[in-house]
Write a protein that binds this ligand. Structure first.
Ligand SMILES: O=C(O)[C@H](O)COP(=O)(O)O
Ligand SMILES: [Mn+2]
Ligand SMILES: [Mn+2]
Length: 559
């Protein structure tokens, strides 16, 4: 349904009152798993989260946070922040970027759309550049989609192709970059056999090159620009495989943080800078870590760093990354149309909303929560606060991150009496979990638990209600396991550290002095998932959710 002509008025809930402040707390990367030494949430002291689980069993439940429950192609897909927060905020399950790109490639529709027709104009005399994350993680991009696009573009006239890779090690095992580069090199060599001039042109680790988010550190994007567009980087190699293998051999190197490199020819010249007349596609379907590069590629008046040379290109995103900014203006696949989110309904029904996280997760409780839409629905009723994140460090060196500061902002917002909903994301379990540092992740989980306490204490003081949940798993399992659940060992006999998210369910806990005493979780929803949370939150504000929202998780017994 288009947003115009929508009736925004939500019916009153027959039993639940309005006017109770509601704290919505999202613990990023906090799943439920069996207790063992690799479950950092179990190893950490988390008395607050433990008490929610053990104190009131009818007010604690588990919901699915991965796969089809959040609009991903299959139940083998782990959850992630984008799809998790989209589902939490929108209350419905939308086919997500990964799935939409799969369908567009399978049907061939990707090649008949405006985006492809636009970049195709460059194929005759220019180079097609593909820039993106090289892995099969399925969170930001997928290797098989790149492979299909390479084939499809070359069959449709692309004569010269340059791929600019970003190594992963975050959504997939560290070290897997080598195998992905080998696979891509094989594909490119097959294309060369068919007369297409196809090569990898540059690369670097995703967390050090290009894929920053929410403008935390523009240097990351600049390093990528220099290598990809200008063809300049501190490291030069003859092949990407040699690059990745050599750079990984440096002390403390890992896939996420490989330095930028360019591939050069025999005369030492970069093989694939972006030049006037070329076409560029950013391959990632997920928005948050591509928006900054999209701005650098698209905006004429860009001033975040000196681009030195701004080639006249035809640029398209795999998807449009920001519906509000219409960025990029050209794209190969239309993004999910996530409309009528709970945030928009609640604001339109008078719910004054405060949302807060630190920079690295700020867009999660705002942009993703609101259906990949930046900005406010109604400035007079909303306040979004960003606590600056540390930048230039890996979060295992400061695992408490800004959890305390976020909690204090939430506390102050609750105590101010100015807001009906106070929504936060606590990043620790996820951001530190991704570093693969088990000890630091334990500290991270404890810090998140302490932050929850500060918020719940404030809820207590104002007679409010809380709903505590998570967007997907991460910190509860830090080891790669076999089918039987046993930790897998690497060739040296060490455990294989899992830096990625998991397929685990996540908790939802409700409570607080403002919660009607008859409220408990229903038992009749077959497979409750994150999308059921929005209707639940609407109920806690005293409203009934729109009929097409996924069902509420709660029922109210008369008493
Ligand atoms: O972008 C990242 O950091 C990871 O690929 C996914 O983590 P997130 O989905 O929790 O942001
Ligand atoms: Mn997340
Ligand atoms: Mn994550």
């Amino acid at each position: 349904m288009a947003s115009s002509g929508v009736s925004w008025t939500l019916p009153d809930h027959p039993k639940l009152p309005k006017g109770k402040p509601v704290a919505v707390v999202v613990l990023d990367g906090w799943g439920e798993a069996s207790p063992d030494q690799y479950n950092c949430i179990h190893v950490a002291q988390t008395p607050v989260m433990d008490s929610l689980k053990n104190g009131a069993p009818e007010k604690w439940t588990l919901v699915k946070a991965h796969g089809t429950a959040v609009g991903l192609p299959s139940d083998d897909d782990m959850g992630n922040s984008e799809v998790g927060h989209n589902a939490l905020g929108a209350g419905r399950i939308f086919a997500q970027g990964a799935k939409l790109v799969d369908s567009a490639l399978a049907s061939g529709k990707i090649y008949s759309g405006d985006g492809f027709n636009y970049i195709k104009e460059s194929f005759e005399s220019g180079t097609l550049h593909l820039i993106g994350l090289l892995s099969d993680g399925g969170v930001h991009s997928r290797l098989d989609q790149l492979q299909l696009l390479l084939k499809g573009a070359s069959e449709r006239g692309a004569k010269k192709i340059r791929v600019h890779i970003l190594t992963d090690g975050r959504d997939v095992l560290d070290g897997s970059s080598v195998g992905f580069v080998e696979t891509l090199e094989n594909d490119l060599s097959e294309l060369r056999g068919k007369g297409i001039d196809a090569q990898i042109a540059s690369g670097g680790g995703r967390m050090y090159v290009t894929m920053d988010r929410y403008e935390n550190d523009w240097d990351v994007v600049k390093r990528g620009w220099d290598a990809q567009v200008l063809g300049e980087a501190p490291y030069k190699f003859k092949s990407a495989l040699e690059a990745v293998k050599t750079l990984r051999a440096q002390p403390n190197a890992n896939d996420q943080y490989l330095p930028p490199f360019v591939i050069v020819d025999d005369s030492g010249k970069a093989v694939g800078p972006v030049l006037d007349g070329d076409a560029v596609v950013t391959l990632n379907f997920r928005a948050d870590r591509m928006v900054m590069l999209a701005k650098a590629l698209e905006y004429a008046d860009f001033d975040k760093f000196d681009r030195v040379r701004v080639p006249k290109i035809r640029y398209a995103g795999m998807l449009q990354y920001d519906g509000e900014l219409k960025l990029p203006s050209r794209y190969l696949v239309s993004p999910p149309e996530i409309d009528r989110t709970s945030g928009e309904y609640l604001v339109k029904n008078g719910v004054r909303t405060f949302a807060c996280s630190e920079t690295v997760k700020f867009g999660h409780v705002t942009f993703f929560w609101n259906g990949n839409r930046s900005g406010y629905f109604d400035e007079t009723k909303e306040e979004y606060v960003e606590v600056p994140s540390d930048s230039g460090i890996t979060f295992n060196v400061a695992p408490k991150m800004k959890a305390l500061e976020i909690a204090e902002k939430a506390r102050d917002a609750l105590l101010s009496g100015k807001f009906d909903q106070v929504r936060v994301n606590l990043p620790n379990g996820d951001m530190v979990g991704h570093t693969g540092d088990i000890e630091a992740t334990v500290v991270a989980c404890k810090a998140a638990d302490e932050a929850v306490k500060i918020i719940l204490d404030a809820v207590e003081q104002v007679g409010g209600i809380y709903l505590v949940t998570a967007d997907h798993g991460n910190a509860e399992d830090m080891v790669k396991r076999n089918k039987a659940g046993k930790p897998l060992l690497d060739k040296n006999g060490g455990i294989q550290i899992l830096t990625s998210h998991t397929l685990q369910p996540v908790p939802v806990a409700i409570g607080g002095p403002g919660l009607h005493s008859g409220v408990k979780f229903r038992k009749d929803i077959e497979t409750p998932g994150l999308a059921n949370v929005a209707a639940t939150v609407m109920n806690l504000h005293g409203f009934v959710a729109p009929a097409d929202y996924e069902q509420t998780l709660i029922e109210v017994a008369d008493n």
